[in-house]
Write a protein that binds this ligand. Structure first.
Ligand code: SF4
Length: 355
């Protein structure tokens, strides 16, 4: 936008930490903020320095994704002193039946007290109390944008986000899709190198599954071993419509964990033969994940799907991780080979008996 007769008016700079809900909502946030006239400044991908600084700031028992989030905020403060705002939304509930983990509820409050933090944009998602459109109007006000333009921007951002989610449902890895979003490129499906002889469902929060520094590039390690990997973002929307009833007394009310349980429900029943194993990436000290990983493990035993849970923290090491992947994968390949040989033997003996 030009100011008549003067220098071009620079855009409001908004910093976004590349952590936590970045891996879930960044395309929506980016489109919304840009439509509202802001320029996005992202922190760099997670690095040793970011983790170390975040760990120093976060207390010992805090989960690693939260510590990493602190590190990203500190990175933005240090490297972008010209930021006008920091964007740390408060996610309480995005549907009426579930809440986000309490750490997301208080996130803006704990970030606000960090040293030298820039002004923060208020944006709260709590559909139990008010529609998201109301928060968008509030956000627009903070950026000097009127109600009707704010609502138009919201519509555009929602449409773009839907397009992004449909793209992921074609089996595209989240990190590939996020790269396209960052570069404003169209959603084109990458060529698949090779399918892999076994297929795993990789469970976990987006920030655990997609932050390649925290998870030691876990998905690549699997693909290098000839494994096809799918994550819950790749699954059809229809699997996530009906809530999971754990039992009459126990109802899961955590948003992310509910999605994980919904995905698992499909593979316990109709999708049983579509995967060879399940891996769950869990953060150390994560209450919600430790509860559902126990439930998932029991269910997997019942249906006979191999299951591996991997707990990550800032001390996780390459060698131990690789050994666990290799032994899990080898066990599944052997089992598969044996089943195939048994099936061949059966066919042969059937043919013999018929001759
Ligand atoms: S769900 Fe678990 S990993 Fe995620 S923020 Fe909460 S405690 Fe941390």
């Amino acid at each position: 936008m030009e100011v008549s007769g003067g220098a071009p008016k620079s855009k409001v700079k908004v910093g976004i930490p590349r952590a936590l809900h970045f891996y879930r909502y960044f395309p929506f946030w980016k489109k919304l903020l840009e439509e509202l006239g802001a320029e996005i400044v992202l922190s760099t991908p997670t690095s040793k320095k970011i983790v170390e600084e975040g760990v120093q700031m976060g207390f010992g028992e805090l989960c690693i994704p939260m510590k990493v989030f602190y590190g990203h905020v500190l990175h933005l403060i240090e490297n972008h002193p010209d930021l006008d705002y920091l964007f740390v939304p408060r996610y309480v509930a995005e549907d009426k039946d579930a809440y986000f983990c309490p750490k997301f509820l208080s996130l803006p409050d704990v970030i606000r007290i960090l040293p030298n933090v820039p002004k923060m944009l208020n944006f709260e998602v709590n559909v139990k109390e008010f529609p998201i459109s109301q928060s968008v109007i509030e956000l627009g006000k903070q950026l000097g944008v009127g109600q009707s333009r704010a609502l138009e921007s919201y519509k555009t951002a929602k449409e773009y986000f839907k397009e992004y989610q449909d793209f992921l449902r074609k089996g595209v890895p989240v990190n590939h899709a996020l790269r396209l979003v960052q570069r404003d490129l169209p959603f084109t499906v990458p060529k698949k190198k090779s399918k892999g002889d076994i297929k795993f469902l990789l469970l976990g929060h987006g920030y655990n599954v997609c932050d390649t520094y925290i998870n030691l590039d876990f998905q690549k390690k699997l693909r290098d071993q000839g494994i096809e990997v799918i994550t819950i973002e790749n699954l059809p929307e229809s699997l996530f419509k009906v809530p999971v009833i754990v039992n009459k007394r126990l109802r899961n009310y955590w948003r992310h964990e509910e999605e994980i349980m919904q995905a698992i429900r499909y593979y316990l029943t109709k999708g049983r033969d579509e995967i060879d194993g399940v891996i769950f990436l869990i953060s150390f000290a994560c209450g919600p994940d430790s509860l559902i990983s126990e439930l998932i493990m029991r269910d997997m035993k019942v249906v006979g799907i191999p299951f591996l849970d991997i707990i990550m923290d800032e001390h996780s090491g390459e060698a131990g991780l690789l050994t666990r992947i290799e032994s899990f994968t080898e066990m599944i390949r052997r089992k598969k080979r044996k089943l195939e040989m048994d099936a061949k033997k059966k066919v042969k003996s059937k043919i013999k008996s018929e001759v």
